[in-house]
Design a protein around this ligand. Sequence first.
Ligand SMILES: [Zn+2]
Length: 74
Amino acid sequence: MKNENKLKCPMCGYEGKRKEFMYIYEATIYLIDSNVEKEERERPVLVVCPVCKQGFFLDDPYFKFKTRELYKDI
Ligand SMILES: [Zn+2]
């Protein structure tokens, strides 16, 4: 069974806890007539490996929710 609390880097093979990795959310803000419009499109979360510093994407549809759970106290 897959360990849900661990992530494996596809670049270097490092396996660690989810919170050891860094996450980058890309967002674009549109300015229309001085109003800020939020982008409609959902972008994937880029995960950055703490060892090789390379970024990769996850296909886990629940990942965003899990990450939010992980950082809910921050
Ligand atoms: Zn790596």
